[in-house]
Design a protein around this ligand. Structure first.
Ligand code: ADP
Ligand code: MG
Length: 728
């Protein structure tokens, strides 16, 4: 009997839900472990408090002399909650979060000890961080990257550690993390959107990009997960025959949540409350053992931090409940994968959602302005949007007919399509009073009603307007949202700058009225953006053909898709908008290309190992059983055995054939890996992994999965899909 597998199943069957007591209201718990306004008022002097708030609201620099006050206040607050250590918390380009803990504890010359946390330690640190990816920006010789406090995201406590959100940059100022370019992009979109919003309301002084992510994930019992080396090493199953029952009965989606899972969710949500992550919804997703949670949306930088933090917390809480959380985009073949929809909008400091309807024609013209500019931005930079969500794991999902396709398009619904059709025919130049009245009454004026009724949702669209926000659905479940959000906010910023210039030119040079000028510019944008609008079935072959005609990109693999990041267009965009210089753009590209290679390389090694060291030996063991059986039959029945052994002989032969194919496949894959590794050019290596190594996974898997169906269940060492996905 295969010991580990059956031991794991037994463990799982004996599990009881972990008891979770919720004594306090969640609203009371909310933000308790966050150095938020409430805590700051208690622990900071008025000057220090104002300095942090100014930095938070207006990006003002914190005077050095106040940093000491702030750090001392922060330390006192943290110690009052049992904290002993602090860390700069950052998001290097590995995709995970990073922390290096230091104790507050310090000795003094007289042999005594104190707790200390100076302003310098709060503001800037130099972790020995030479092992993070830098894309050649720092060679290890010049390994000095430093972390710097981001006062726009509040410090928080995990366990006994005070975590201070920071950016991570090289000694020469280049970004080495996800947060730095995001902050720059958010500032760019703030400037550009504020300038445009002022056309409609002079009192707008700030625009924030908002983000509400929806996190999908799988929960697998930890004993079962540990019995699968592929899950543990790569986050996905590299082989395994699909279970007879998968998601075809559609009985999991929104079904009643199993008790063990529900208690996990409650425990995790409680942690989220303490950390100020405003989680709100939870439900079963489509695939068995797949779930989703979503928070109330927040300012984007905070929302990105909260998502990174959440993924970390989810993993930690899962341990207490004997679960492993899988964030991989496609952990199991044959059932749905996971995504992370990024709901995005723009909100003014006056409390207006710029992508929401208003009650006056003017506020609806404002809505249309931001709506159409976003569409135009996506149209102009569709390749960059595609590149922003490219990864080895998301390749399994995009275009796999269950998730958005690899072709980027925008869905806006029938009603708004009609509105754009009307606007497209607005007269060139000044509008007659009659035309304006008609537009205001019948087109712009009807928008609130239209949006309320915007219920036709197209799940196959990668970028859909959903009533008061855009929903970027192609983002991977494992991804750091900062990457796609940096791109989206940058391209919208760039687009709004262009829009403002165009409108101002018409006002100044053609002496047009403001609304005439806006209508004129929007009309041209509608014409220009048509190719990106698509309302049909994004999974269909017809769309692939149509998209090709429209000259939309359709990059199915990461190495292809990533190239857009170093196109002249992209580099210029990021330089112009002051998000990243050329060195930074190139470095990021290299890191992502190499990440792709490494992930496929690891998968290849693990698959080779499992195929040769688990599957083949097991198949041989079972084959020997059959061979002995046949021998026995021959011994007893002499020549008459052939009829009786017919089926056994067939299986014996089939096993040999599969073993042969698996062994050949692994040998070939290893050869291809060697070739790829020796190419000395990261792009060529990545392509070789994509085109020559990865396809062999399917061949090897096919034969392993066939053997799974032939070999005695008791001997099979790898926990099966039906056990992984259905044992509660
Ligand atoms: P659904 O679209 O699933 O019916 P909602 O419209 O309530 O549900 O919201 C879905 C997600 O969109 C939630 O995570 C929510 O926080 C987010 N969201 C709603 N409004 C905005 C907004 N203005 N900006 C960013 N995210 C938003
Ligand atoms: Mg969902």
């Amino acid at each position: 009997m295969s010991t580990l597998r059956f031991y794991a199943i037994k463990e799982t069957l004996n599990r009881k839900p972990v008891v979770i007591e919720e004594k306090e209201r969640r609203s009371n718990l909310f933000g308790k472990n966050v150095f938020n306004e409430h805590a700051m008022r208690q622990y900071l002097t008025k000057e220090a408090y104002n300095a942090v708030m100014n930095a938070h609201e207006f990006g003002a620099k914190i005077p050095r002399e106040l940093a000491d006050h702030i750090s001392t206040g922060m330390k006192e607050w943290a110690i009052s909650k049992g904290v002993t250590h602090y860390t700069h918390w950052f998001q290097p380009l590995t995709g995970a979060t990073a922390e290096k803990h230091d104790a507050f504890f310090e000795t003094t010359s007289n042999g005594l000890a104190i707790e200390k946390f100076g302003g310098g330690q709060l503001v800037q640190q130099e972790p020995d961080a030479s092992s993070f990816p830098s894309g050649g920006i720092r060679n290890t010789f010049e390994a000095r990257g430093y972390t710097a406090w981001d006062p726009t995201s509040p410090a928080f406590i995990i366990g006994t550690t005070l975590c201070i959100p920071t950016v991570f940059v090289s000694y020469t100022g280049e970004a080495l993390d996800y947060k730095t370019p995001l902050l720059r992009a958010l500032s760019a979109v703030d400037d550009a959107a504020t300038a445009v919003a002022k056309y409609f309301d002079k009192s707008v002084t700030k625009v924030q990009a908002t983000l509400g992510w929806e996190q999908e994930y799988f929960l697998i019992d930890s004993a079962l997960a540990t019995s699968r080396p592929d899950l543990m090493m790569t986050g996905r199953t590299l082989l395994g025959h699909t279970s007879a029952k998968g998601q075809q009965l559609e009985d999991h989606y929104f079904g009643s949540i199993p008790s063990r899972v529900l208690n996990y969710m409650r425990d995790m949500e409680r942690e989220c409350m303490l950390l100020g992550i405003p989680v709100k919804t939870r439900h079963n997703e489509v695939a068995p053992n797949q779930f989703e949670l979503a928070p109330i949306f927040e300012e984007s930088n905070l929302a990105v931090d909260h998502n990174s933090l959440l993924m970390d917390v989810m993993g930690k809480v899962a341990e207490r409940h004997n679960f492993v959380v899988l964030f991989h985009e496609k952990p199991f073949k044959g059932v749905n994968g996971s995504g992370k929809h990024n709901n995005w909008s723009l909100a003014t400091n006056t409390g207006v959602n710029l992508l929401g309807p208003g009650n006056t024609p003017m506020s609806n013209l404002q809505f249309l302005t931001f709506f159409i500019n976003t569409i135009k931005a996506v149209e102009s930079y569709e390749e960059l949007i595609r590149a922003s969500i490219a990864s080895a794991s998301n390749d399994h999902r995009l275009g796999a007919n269950e998730a958005p396709p690899a072709i980027i398009s925008v869905f806006i619904g029938e009603q708004l399509t009609k509105v754009l059709d009307n606007l497209e025919h607005v007269t060139k130049g000044k509008l007659s009073p009659e035309e304006k009245t008609d537009l205001k009454l019948n087109v712009v004026g009807k928008i609130p009603e239209i949006l309320l009724d915007n219920t036709d949702r197209n799940r196959t669209s990668p970028f859909a307007f959903t009533g008061n926000k855009f929903e970027f659905r192609a983002v991977g479940s494992k991804a750091n949202c900062a990457n796609p959000m940096t791109v989206l906010n940058t391209i919208v910023a760039k687009q709004l700058v262009e829009f403002k210039t165009a409108v101002d030119t018409l006002i100044e040079e053609k002496k047009m009225k403001k609304d005439d000028a806006i209508f004129n510019v929007l009309r041209e944008y509608i014409k220009d953006s048509k190719r990106i609008l698509f309302e049909g079935d994004g999974y269909g072959e017809a769309w692939e053909k149509e998209a090709k005609k429209r000259k939309l990109s359709n990059y199915k693999t990461t190495p292809e898709a990533l190239k857009a990041k170093i196109s002249k267009k992209a580099i210029t965009l990021f330089e112009e908008m002051r998000i990243m210089n050329k060195v930074e753009s190139k470095a990021r590209y290299e890191i992502e290309v190499e990440d792709y290679t490494k992930r496929i390389q690891i998968e290849g090694r693990v698959l080779g190992d499992i195929a040769r060291n688990h599957v083949i030996p097991t198949a041989i063991k079972y084959q020997s059983v059959l061979v002995n059986n046949v021998k026995g039959l021959k011994e007893i029945y002499g020549n008459g055995f052939t009829k009786m052994a017919e089926q056994q002989l067939e299986i014996i032969e089939a096993i040999s054939e599969h073993i042969e194919k698996i062994n050949e496949g692994v040998t070939e894959m290893t050869e291809e890996r060697k070739k790829a590794n020796n190419m000395n050019d990261i792009e060529k290596t990545a392509n070789a992994y994509c085109e020559n190594v990865k396809p062999l996974f399917d061949v090897i898997r096919y034969h392993c999965d066939k053997l799974e169906l032939l070999v005695d269940d008791e001997l099979w060492p790898l926990t099966k899909y039906r056990e992984l996905l259905f044992t509660k």
